[in-house]
Design a protein around this ligand. Structure first.
Ligand SMILES: C=C1C[C@]23C[C@@]1(O)CC[C@H]2[C@@]12CCC[C@@](C)(C(=O)O1)[C@H]2[C@@H]3C(=O)O
Ligand SMILES: O=C(O)CCC(=O)C(=O)O
Ligand SMILES: [Fe+2]
Length: 353
């Protein structure tokens, strides 16, 4: 069993933020927080104009709130309460499920943690594929791992359907017709698309101004659909340029009946840079123990993702070289937030007419 080192400080009973978790203020305050007025689009995805609204939001923000998403409220509550129960287990029991032998599923720090000298004020549990996660959760007996798995699998199934709807809207918004849409690999093979759930727990923090729940990053997949608990919130997205010309962190507060959808790096590549992979982070607070459940959908492991040819300017060629998701995750392991730039082709000089 992994030992309970200082690194596994119990966040739930903390009276102060230890040095291991204290981030420098330059890291935390790299950009100002936007005031009111910066409003993330709220889109009813069953609206007849949903495609153009979703397309507009992904071009301009890389994120939006989706309503009429079709995920039953009861299922969302069950996911949340199972996640709470899992994170409330004693630390040594959770550590028993740490991913091993090439598995991705289990309790632990997300891969981005490796890029920062300080630890994040959160715990994570990844579920990637049925056998993978059943193998770890079944070790949690007498924790009700079967009902945990049942709920998570029902959630993944519903989320995949929703991701299919969102994808269709996005592709339509790019001006592709039904026939061309059928030729776009990821949509054609959605049933085989790879997906994963990341459960995040952000305990209350005695000194939230010194800690970070989840450090700034972009997600690697096509799309992320996030459910967050009601309460103080914590998710923030980086709005590149506001009217004042500077980048600002914008709060993505919980809204009733809304899920948060954000663009990941592979959709940025697929759309030849039209949809923006949005940088985001999660801050913590003194009052609420926040839970979030992120659903990631990406291409099947073997599929190379390149820019849709109709979106490529024939004179300059595609902006990015095609990559598979596992290949891209490998690049991120080495380069983290330089990964997207590293698969970008050098811009060609256009000859003057
Ligand atoms: C499917 C995945 C996406 C993810 C890496 C992973 O294999 C499982 C964890 C995911 C997560 C969640 C927190 C943020 C993130 C950047 C990270 O470090 O782990 C994402 C990864 C990603 O989007 O690449
Ligand atoms: O919890 C959140 O609000 C953000 C989580 C996140 O960014 C992730 O899991 O990739
Ligand atoms: Fe994320």
């Amino acid at each position: 069993m992994p030992s309970l080192s200082k690194e596994h400080f119990d966040l739930y009973s903390a009276f102060h933020v230890p040095e291991t978790h204290a981030w420098s203020s330059s890291h935390l305050h790299d950009h100002p927080i936007a005031g009111d007025g910066a409003t993330i689009p709220v889109i009813d995805i069953s609206d007849p104009d949903a495609a153009s609204m979703v397309g507009g939001a992904c071009r301009s923000w890389g994120v939006f709130y989706a309503t009429s998403h079709g995920i039953p409220a009861d299922l969302l509550h069950q996911v949340e309460s199972h996640a709470r129960r899992l994170f409330s287990l004693p630390l040594h029991r959770k550590l028993q499920t740490a991913p091993r032998d090439g598995s991705l599923s289990g309790y632990g720090r997300p891969p981005i943690s490796a890029f920062f000298p300080k630890l994040m004020w959160s715990e994570g549990f990844t579920l990637a594929g049925h056998d993978d996660h059943l193998a770890v959760t079944s070790q949690l007996s007498p924790f009700d791992s079967l009902s945990f798995c049942e709920v998570m699998e029902a959630y993944m199934k519903e989320m995949k359907k929703l991701a299919g709807r969102l994808f269709r809207l996005l592709i339509l918004s790019l001006g592709l017709d039904e026939e061309e849409m059928g030729q776009v690999g990821p949509l054609k093979e959605l049933s085989q698309a790879a997906d994963a759930i990341q459960l995040n727990s952000y305990p209350t923090c005695p000194e939230p101004e010194r800690a970070i729940g989840m450090a700034a990053h972009t997600d690697s997949a096509f799309l992320t659909v996030l459910h967050q608990t009601d309460g103080a919130g914590g998710l923030q997205v980086l709005r590149d340029q506001d009217d004042s010309g500077s980048a600002r962190w914008v709060d993505v507060l919980p809204r009733p009946d809304c899920l948060v959808v954000n663009v990941g790096d592979l959709l940025h590549i697929l759309s030849n840079g039209r949809f923006k992979s949005v940088r985001h982070r999660a801050v913590v607070n003194r009052a609420d123990h926040r839970i979030s459940a992120a659903y990631f959908i990406g291409p099947p492991a073997h599929m190379k993702v390149g820019s849709i040819s109709k979106l490529v300017d024939m004179r300059t060629g595609p902006m990015y070289r095609p990559v598979t998701w596992p290949e891209y995750l490998g690049i991120r392991t080495r380069l983290f937030d330089k990964a997207l730039d590293s698969v970008k082709f050098q811009e060609k000089e256009l000859e003057k007419d």
